[in-house]
Design a binder for this molecule. Structure first.
Ligand SMILES: N[C@@H](CCC(=O)N[C@@H](CS)C(=O)NCC(=O)O)C(=O)O
Length: 215
C-alpha cells in the first residue's frame, strides 16, 4: 500500500469487483489498483483478508473492507455527487441488492455452470433466475433506472450480475421478453464509467509501478 492511495485488490471479470470499481468511479475516488489472479492471490491481500475473495479495499490506516457492497458504500459515502445513495429509495435499493446477492446469484451460478449442477437442466436454472429479471423488467417499464429516473446504488450493484447472466448466452438473453431490461443493460454496457471500470490491467506483482484507477 502506498501512503497516498487506498488500495483495491480487484479481478476484472468478477461482478463483485465490478460493482466496487463502479462505486469508486461514481464517487470519483482514485485508488491504487492491484489486479489479482484468483489462482495465485497475493499474500499481501490474504494477510488483510484471509477469506480470500475479491474485491478487497485497504484504507490508508490499514483497515480492510472485503465485501463489495461495503466498498461501494464506503466510496459513495466519501463523495456522492450524483446522489446514488438517495435516501428516499435507499431501503428499496438495499432490498433489491439483497435479493440479487442472496437469490439471483444462486440461480445465475447454476445457469452459468449447469454442467457442474446436474440436478436441473440449464433452462430450468435460467427460468429460476428470470424471476428476478421479471421484477427488474417491471421496474424498468416505468422508468430509466431501477428505482427512478436517476442512477442509484441498486443499478451499479446489480448490473454486473445481469450482464453475467446475459453473457451466458447472449442470443437467448436478447430473445427473452424483457425489452426494458435489455435496453437498460445495453445502456450500461456503453456507459463511460462502465467502460472505464473494465479497463484491462496486468496482474500485480510486488515492486510494480503504482497503477492508479479512476484517473
Ligand atoms: N460476498 C463477497 C463475494 C466476493 C466473491 O465471491 N468473489 C469471487 C470472485 S467473483 C472470489 O473472489 N472467489 C474466490 C476464488 O475464486 O478463489 C463480496 O461481495 O465481495
Amino acid at each position: 500500500m502506498s501512503d497516498k492511495f487506498v488500495t483495491l485488490y480487484s479481478f476484472r471479470r468478477c461482478p463483485y469487483a465490478m460493482r466496487a470499481r463502479l462505486g469508486l468511479l461514481f464517487a470519483g475516488v482514485k485508488v491504487e489498483l492491484r489486479e489479482v489472479v484468483l489462482k495465485n492471490k497475493p499474500p499481501q491481500m490474504l494477510a488483510i483478508s484471509p477469506k480470500g475473495t475479491v474485491p478487497v479495499l485497504q484504507l490508508t490506516d490499514g483497515t480492510a473492507i472485503d465485501e463489495s457492497r461495503d466498498i461501494m458504500l464506503w466510496a459513495l459515502e466519501q463523495k456522492d455527487l450524483q446522489n446514488l445513495l438517495d435516501k428516499t429509495v435507499r431501503a428499496e435499493a438495499d432490498a433489491l441488492i439483497d435479493q440479487n446477492d442472496n437469490e439471483f446469484k444462486y440461480w445465475l451460478d447454476r445457469y452459468k455452470y449447469a454442467d457442474r449442477h446436474l440436478e436441473m437442466a440449464q433452462e430450468e436454472y435460467r427460468q429460476r433466475g428470470e424471476v428476478f429479471l421479471q421484477q427488474l423488467e417491471k421496474q424498468l417499464e416505468k422508468q430509466a433506472y431501477l428505482l427512478g429516473d436517476k442512477v442509484t446504488v441498486a443499478d451499479i450493484g446489480i448490473m454486473p450480475f445481469v450482464r453475467q447472466f446475459a453473457h451466458v448466452d447472449r442470443k437467448v438473453f436478447y430473445n427473452l421478453p424483457y425489452p426494458n431490461l435489455q435496453r437498460w443493460l445495453q445502456d450500461w454496457l456503453q456507459h463511460p464509467l462502465f467502460l472505464q471500470a473494465m479497463t484491462k490491467f496486468k496482474p500485480w506483482e510486488e515492486g510494480d509501478e503504482l497503477v492508479v484507477f479512476g484517473d
